[in-house]
Design a protein around this ligand. Structure first.
Ligand code: GDP
Ligand code: MN
Length: 393
C-alpha cells in the first residue's frame, strides 16, 4: 500500500524524523485556513501518488493568503499524469541549502534492507543511478543486528555529505530505518532530504529535514497495524478489487475477457495457465477458498460479472474440503439471483462431484456447460468467449 506524502510525513513525525509542520486540506477554504495556521510563506502541495508533482505545477509557494487561495484553486482538481488532485498538504515553507536523497528499500536478492544516500537529491534518482551511479552510497543492514551507528556515519562519509551535517543525516537514517522496520514498510524514500541554511551569521548549526515522503507499507503486515490500514486510499483502489475484498475473496483483476473461479490458489493459477494455453485471456484470478459455500459462490459470481469485459466464465472446482454439491447449489442460487447473460463452463471433480453435476443438470440453467476435464473446460470456455466476441462485432 502506497501512502500519500502527508501520510508518510505523519508516520515520520511519530518516529522523530524531522518534517516541516503542515495541515491537510480537501477544499480551497480548508487550505486557506491551514495556510493561516502554519503561517507564511507556506507551500501548497498536491497529494497524489505520483512523483514529479513539482514539475507538473502541483507544488506552489504562497507568500500570503491571496496566493494560498489562488494556488489551492489551481491545484485542486488538477490532473497530474492521469491522477486528479482531491487533497492538499499545506506546509510551512523551508529554506533550502542542499537537496539530498535517502531511502530504505527491501532488497529481496540480498534478503536484507538496503540503505541509500546521495547528495544528488531533488531529481529523479533513477536518472542519477543511470548517469552517475557512484553518487549513490549503498549499504545493506543485517536485519538481525539492525541499524548501527556506524552504518549512518559510513553512508554519510561515502556519499560525501557536508561535514557539519554528518551527525543529523546519520541520525535521520537511523530513524528512517526505524520507520521501515517498525511500520513494516517495503520502501521509505525521502527526496529531497534538505539541509537548511544556517540561521543568520551567528554560526547556528544547519538542520536537516524530510521535505518529501514516499512510503510503501507491506500489505501482508497491515493486520498488525490497524492504524495504518485506515490510511488506505479507497478512491484509488479498483472498485472490483474492493468489492472482492469486502466479500473476503482473494481476487486479482487481469485484463482479459474470461472470468475465472476456482478453489485453492494453486488450482486457480493452473486454470489461468490452461486458459492461456488454449488461446484465451483470463479476466481475473479468483480463489473462492476451501469449503466454498453457496453464499461464497454467489458473491464470487457477482464480483466476476461486475467486470463488463467478461464474455464467458470458467468454474474449475476440485472437491476436497469443498463439496461439489455445495458449489452446484451456490451456482444455481447465483443464477436465480443475478441471471447472468454470459455462458458458464463448469468443471466439477472430487468430493460429491456426481451429485453436483446431477444438481446442475436438473436445474437446467441456461448457458451452463459441464466438462469433466480441465483442458476440455478451458477449450470450451475459450470457444464460447470467441463466439461472444464475434457476435458482438
Ligand atoms: P515531487 O516533485 O513530487 O517529488 O515533490 P517534492 O515534495 O519532492 O517537491 C519537489 C521540489 O519542490 C523539491 O525538490 C523542492 O525543490 C521544491 N520544494 C518543495 N517544498 C519546498 C519548500 O518548502 N521550499 C522550497 N524552497 N522548495 C520546496
Ligand atoms: Mn520528491
Amino acid at each position: 500500500m502506497d501512502l500519500l506524502e502527508y501520510q508518510g510525513k505523519q508516520l515520520f513525525a511519530r518516529h522523530g524524523v524531522p518534517v516541516p509542520e503542515g495541515r491537510h486540506a480537501t477544499s480551497v477554504e480548508e487550505a486557506v485556513a491551514a495556510a493561516d495556521e502554519v503561517g507564511y510563506p507556506c507551500v501548497i502541495k498536491a497529494q497524489v501518488q505520483i512523483g514529479g508533482r513539482g514539475k507538473a505545477g502541483g507544488i506552489k509557494l504562497a507568500r500570503n493568503r491571496d496566493e494560498a487561495r489562488e494556488h489551492a484553486e489551481a491545484i485542486l482538481g488538477m490532473d497530474i499524469r492521469g491522477l486528479t488532485v482531491h487533497e492538499l498538504w499545506v506546509e510551512r515553507a523551508s529554506e533550502i541549502d542542499s537537496e539530498y536523497y535517502a531511502s530504505v528499500v527491501f532488497d529481496r536478492s540480498a534478503k536484507a534492507p538496503l540503505l541509500m544516500l546521495s547528495t544528488k537529491g531533488g531529481m529523479d534518482i533513477e536518472e542519477v543511478a543511470a548517469e552517475d551511479p557512484g553518487a549513490i552510497a549503498r549499504l545493506h543492514v543485517d536485519p538481525l543486528i539492525g541499524f548501527q551507528e556506524f552504518h549512518g556515519r559510513r553512508l554519510a562519509f561515502e556519499a560525501r555529505v557536508d561535514a557539519d551535517v554528518v551527525r543529523p543525516v546519520a541520525a535521520m537514517l537511523a530513524k528512517l530505518y526505524e520507520v521501515f522496520v517498525s511500520e513494516e514498510a517495503t520502501l521509505v524514500e525521502v527526496n529531497p532530504l534538505i539541509v537548511t541554511p544556517s540561521a543568520g551569521g551567528d554560526g547556528a548549526a544547519r538542520e536537516v529535514r524530510a521535505l518529501d515522503a514516499k512510503v510503501t507499507l507491506d500489505d501482508n503486515a497491515l493486520f498488525r497495524h490497524p492504524d495504518n490500514s485506515e490510511l488506505r486510499d479507497l478512491s484509488k483502489e479498483d472498485p472490483q478489487e474492493r468489492m472482492a475484498k469486502e466479500r473476503g475473496l482473494t481476487f486479482v483483476k487481469l485484463d482479459g475477457d474470461i472470468g475465472i473461479l476456482g478453489n485453492g490458489a494453486g488450482l486457480v493459477m493452473s486454470t489461468l495457465d490452461v486458459v492461456a494455453e488454449a488461446g484465451g485471456r483470463p479476466a481475473n484470478f479468483l480463489d473462492a477458498g476451501g469449503g466454498s459455500k453457496a453464499e461464497a459462490i454467489t458473491n464470487a459470481v457477482q464480483v466476476i460479472l461486475s467486470n463488463p469485459d467478461v464474455k464467458a466464465v470458467l468454474f474449475n472446482i476440485f472437491g476436497g474440503i469443498t463439496r461439489g454439491d455445495e458449489v452446484a447449489r451456490g451456482l444455481i442460487e447465483a443464477f436465480h439471483q443475478i441471471n447472468p447473460q454470459v455462458p458458464f463452463v463448469v468443471r466439477l471433480d472430487g468430493t460429491n462431484d456426481e451429485e453436483g453435476r446431477r444438481l446442475l443438470a436438473e436445474a437446467k440453467l441456461p448457458n451452463v456447460y459441464t466438462e469433466s476435464t480441465m483442458d476440455g473446460a478451458a477449450q470450451k470456455v475459450v470457444e464460447l468467449a470467441r463466439e461472444a466476441e464475434a457476435a458482438a462485432a
